[in-house]
Design a protein around this ligand. Structure first.
Ligand SMILES: NC(=O)c1ccc[n+]([C@@H]2O[C@H](COP(=O)([O-])OP(=O)(O)OC[C@H]3O[C@@H](n4cnc5c(N)ncnc54)[C@H](OP(=O)(O)O)[C@@H]3O)[C@@H](O)[C@H]2O)c1
Length: 250
């Protein structure tokens, strides 16, 4: 059987860890040449080796539009086009309304909203009819859980942008979709809790809320992203595909 992204050029922001790395690995296994963006150079160097198939790591912060310009200039020089963009890089602060400060607000919206918006806007000159964009949102787009206000609002914003871009890019025949993962076992959980043990404890608590009784692994989200990014989803446009084990569906 032919590979689903054979000879495609794919870009994954935040492609050195968690869901982004799983997607980059799967895209490469399906034949794509993958460019991954991230802030930490050692992680980029390690990811290039793991992903293989001529993958290239480019250092940059998606919340800085100049870094995105530099990254795409390099991709234009090396590959000339982008067939698939997975706008994935994101972060979270857990803080209730009484606790949110300005720095948390600006970091969350700078990374999760501006970082996605400009990663998409600046990729468009390299994209063509038949190419497509997948934005990583979150199941929290449609919930109001204490402490998750900033994250939920930022992810609801990008989910909304996906609707608008689906209309705006129709004449260019570029599909745009969102994937909305539920609880996923990634380094982000460890960053939030500050330790491996804390992360395992939190993931066990999360699992109690999931109809399937467990959190997801990054590979399970990656398979859904591959579907959206491939011709298997040739008539799928503007959707938010929840990969949450049913958590916000019941
Ligand atoms: N894990 C979950 O339960 C879950 C659930 C729903 C949605 N999501 C979403 O999934 C996405 C990936 O999260 P993850 O859980 O896979 O996290 P992760 O394992 O911590 O990976 C985050 C990736 O993004 C990169 N990154 C972060 N900030 C960046 C920035 N400003 N510029 C460029 N790269 C940046 C990181 O590399 P550097 O640190 O080196 O930059 C890393 O490669 C996020 O958008 C998150 O909101 C996660």
């Amino acid at each position: 059987m032919s590979k689903r992204l054979q000879n495609k050029v794919a870009v994954v922001t935040g492609g050195t860890s968690g869901i982004g790395l799983a997607v980059a690995n799967l895209f490469a296994a399906e034949g794509a040449k993958v460019f991954v963006l991230g802030r930490r150079q050692p992680e980029l160097t390690a990811a290039e080796k793991t992903i293989g198939n001529g993958s290239v790591g480019i250092q940059g912060d998606v919340s800085n539009p100049a870094d995105i310009d530099r990254a795409y200039a390099s991709i234009k020089e090396k590959a000339g086009r982008i067939d698939v963009l997975f706008a994935n890089a994101g972060m979270a602060h857990v803080a209730r309304i009484e606790e949110i400060d300005e720095a948390q607000y600006h970091e969350t919206f700078g990374t999760n909203v501006a970082g996605v918006l400009f990663a998409v806007q600046k990729a468009l000159p390299l994209m063509h009819a038949g190419s497509n964009i997948v934005v990583n949102a979150s199941m929290w787009t449609i919930k109001g859980v204490p402490g998750f206000g900033l994250l939920s609002a930022s992810k609801a914003a990008v989910r909304s942008l996906v609707r608008t871009w689906t209309s705006e890019l129709k004449d260019r025949q570029i599909r745009v979709n969102a994937v909305s993962p539920g609880y996923c076992n990634t380094a982000a959980i460890e960053h939030a809790t500050g330790s491996y043990e804390g992360a395992q404890e939190l993931l066990a608590q999360f699992a109690l809320n999931v109809p399937m009784g467990r959190v997801s692994q990054p590979d399970e989200v990656a398979k859904a992203v591959l579907f959206l990014a491939s011709d298997d989803a040739s008539y799928v446009n503007g959707v938010e595909l929840f990969v949450d084990g049913g958590t916000v569906q019941v």
